[in-house]
Design a protein around this ligand. Structure first.
Ligand code: CS2
Length: 493
């Protein structure tokens, strides 16, 4: 017999899980969130759930998907409720989250999302739309040639892009005399608030320069550092969680025990008392962000690409491979000296904790999932680190091996790796470069140009191209294991 669906009506009959410690029906939405994927549901929505439990009932979330209807289709019949599964060696702990109070699908009704964002009750707009949704060109500026950007600039009434939605809603608030919301970017971008602000201003400037000045003066874009490892949910997870709670949950999320959120405290219309639920409120998030992007995400990308080349399917499997583990240690040794000094960071404790997290035997985090969108991730995870490291005269061997492994993985799809194993917004350009059968150096040079890596590496670019090309040759001629071994012989000092 089939299970009843998880919903407000059935919630109290759930078993083997914690339930919301507040009256979900009484929650009022105060946050509009764009990009209501698994990460958001295992991170911000949990912090907000804690605030709701503490009595701050005016901070519920309206979650919008900018593309697919999947999350809305799964969660609307559940009244937005879903199960969070926290996994480690000791097992799995389940908790039903109630902070997501409504779900929208932007392409179905863009005006409804703009109206929600423009509603005076909405005081913060948060974003986890992934790196590629910011539609930056190779120079890192807003890609005005992108058809969606161009369409939004000429007609703001039915936006498609994240910039279009933010600007359309800010215009509407201004028109109706409602002060602007705070824009809180929660994506893994460098200085993410400042980056989104710059892109939004470029967008607004193209619509109307006066609008751009208004946003510049009136809208706050605090930066944040977000951290929690959230692998994609599988059908097995759905079945296991549903069986435990005794109700059918179409889309639970799974994650690790660790969670961290560091937020710059600049909110023009108030905010939840997040500090009470473990959020670190600061005036400058950059040191935390550099440490996270360069040590966690940099290692994640490097070990995933090398892991894929060595047949390792998950992060924990890759990380326990001695060759890859030693690669990660050496990558960390290259990256740690680039972190801000005197900022109170403790990189040794941080990497020790990362080693534990990457080894989590219960959490199956697929290397192919992390491999997605490398062209959008490597600039802030690896290349910015290399630029700083070179300016200080240190080697960048293992950082550049990560880039060579990315290129090899991209090229190997359809051959050593399944086609479509992961995707990248630059796939078409990359495919054309691979089809050209260039020398390793020429291929790397072209990839650096098309991916905008040149813009990040600046004068160091030519040297980096040569180092990546050398690793690429090693991988092509001798295989990934041998390339790791050869890199390790170069040392880190
Ligand atoms: C990962 C991140 O998929 C990826 O690229 O590196 O999603 C990572 O798991 C999170 O940033 C952890 O906070």
């Amino acid at each position: 017999m089939g299970l009843d669906r998880l919903s407000m009506k059935t919630l109290q009959s759930a078993t083997g899980c914690d339930l919301p410690k507040y009256d979900v029906a009484k929650v009022v939405p105060g946050i509009a969130h764009l990009g209501v994927g698994a990460f958001h549901r295992a991170h911000q929505a949990v912090y907000v759930d804690d605030c709701l439990a503490a009595g701050e009932t005016e901070w519920g979330i309206v979650g919008a998907s900018l593309r697919s209807a999947d999350t809305r289709d799964a969660l609307s019949p559940q009244d937005g409720l879903y199960t969070l599964a926290v996994q480690d060696a000791s097992g799995e702990r389940l908790r039903v989250i109630g902070s997501l109070r409504a779900l929208l699908v932007a392409p179905e009704n863009p005006a409804a999302l703009v109206a929600r964002m423009a509603d005076p009750a909405t005081r913060i707009v948060t974003l986890t739309v992934t790196e590629k949704a910011y539609l930056r060109n190779a120079a890192g500026d807003l890609d005005l040639a992108n058809p969606d950007v161009a369409a939004d600039i000429t007609g703001l009434s039915n936006p498609r892009t994240v910039h279009g939605f933010l600007v359309a809603a800010l215009v509407e608030r201004r028109r109706t005399g409602v002060p602007p919301f705070t824009v809180l970017c929660c994506d893994n971008l460098p200085s993410n608030g400042e980056t989104v602000r710059r892109l939004v201003l470029q967008f607004a400037e193209a619509v109307d320069p006066e609008l751009s000045r208004y946003i510049e003066q009136e809208v706050a874009f605090p930066s944040t550092m977000v951290d929690r490892i959230v692998p994609a949910t599988t059908d097995e997870d759905r079945a296991r969680v549903s069986a435990t709670i005794g109700l059918d949950d179409a889309w639970p999320v799974k994650t690790e025990p660790f969670m961290q959120w560091v937020v710059e405290d600049r909110f023009t219309l108030g905010r939840p008392a997040w500090e009470r639920s473990g959020v670190t409120m600061v005036s400058d998030v950059r040191p935390f962000e550099d440490m996270k992007l360069r040590l966690l995400n940099g290692a994640h990308s490097g070990l995933s690409y090398l892991g894929l080349l060595c047949g390792r399917e998950s992060v924990s499997e890759a990380f326990t491979d001695p060759a890859i583990r030693s690669f990660v240690d050496r990558l960390w040794a290259e990256a740690i000296p680039t972190l801000p000094k005197n900022a109170g960071l403790d990189p040794d404790a941080y990497t020790a904790a990362l080693a534990e997290r990457f080894s989590n035997p219960a959490l199956v985090h697929r290397t192919a999932q992390i491999a997605n969108d490398g062209s959008q991730k490597l600039p802030q995870r690896i290349l910015a680190t290399a630029r700083t490291r070179l300016s200080e005269g240190g080697p960048v061997t293992h950082l550049m091996l990560a880039v060579a492994a990315w290129i090899t993985c991209c090229e190997a799809r359809g051959e050593a790796l399944p086609s479509g194993h992961f995707t990248d917004p630059l796939d078409r350009d990359l495919g054309a470069i691979f089809a050209g059968k260039h020398s390793a150096e020429e291929a790397v040079r072209r990839i650096f140009a098309v991916a905008g890596f040149d813009a990040v590496t600046g004068e160091a670019g030519e040297g980096l191209v040569k180092t990546v090309a050398r690793h690429l040759e090693n991988i092509r001629q001798k295989g990934a294991q041998a390339a790791i071994e050869l890199a390790s012989q170069e040392g880190v000092n």
